[in-house]
Design a protein around this ligand. Structure first.
Ligand SMILES: [Zn+2]
Length: 122
């Protein structure tokens, strides 16, 4: 039997942590963009290129966090409706140690790969 409240608090902590990170990341991107405008740099000079690279890195991390946040919210919804802890594909219980490591996961190890081929392991 899954201790749903334990995982609910894990998920809520993780969600709060990600929301804080996303906030500072957005501020970071805004400040880099402001610097770019002030300097009138573009990708034709080395400083502009590295700054644009930095923005693209931050933006892709932000996109990744947005996706993770969606998974966390879905997991919290599954706790509410009582389906949390079972694989969405085969309905078998997801091993406890896997849930401890990735409490937002909706799939057992066998099915995670098939469903999320491009999501890096967290
Ligand atoms: Zn499965």
């Amino acid at each position: 039997m899954i201790d749903a409240e334990h995982f609910r608090s894990l998920l809520e902590d993780e969600r709060d942590r990600i929301l804080r990170q996303m906030e500072s990341r957005r501020a970071e991107i805004a400040s880099i963009e402001a610097t770019l405008r002030d300097l009138h740099v573009d990708d034709q000079n080395p400083e502009g290129a590295s700054t644009l690279f930095e923005i693209s890195q931050e933006t892709s991390l932000l996109a990744h966090q947005t996706e993770l946040l969606g998974e966390i919210n879905e997991a919290l919804a599954r706790i509410t409706d009582g389906t949390y802890g079972n694989c969405l594909e085969c309905r078998q219980p997801i091993p406890q140690d896997r849930l401890e490591a990735r409490p937002w996961t909706g799939y057992c190890i066998d099915h995670a790969i098939r469903h999320r081929p491009r999501t890096p392991q967290h």
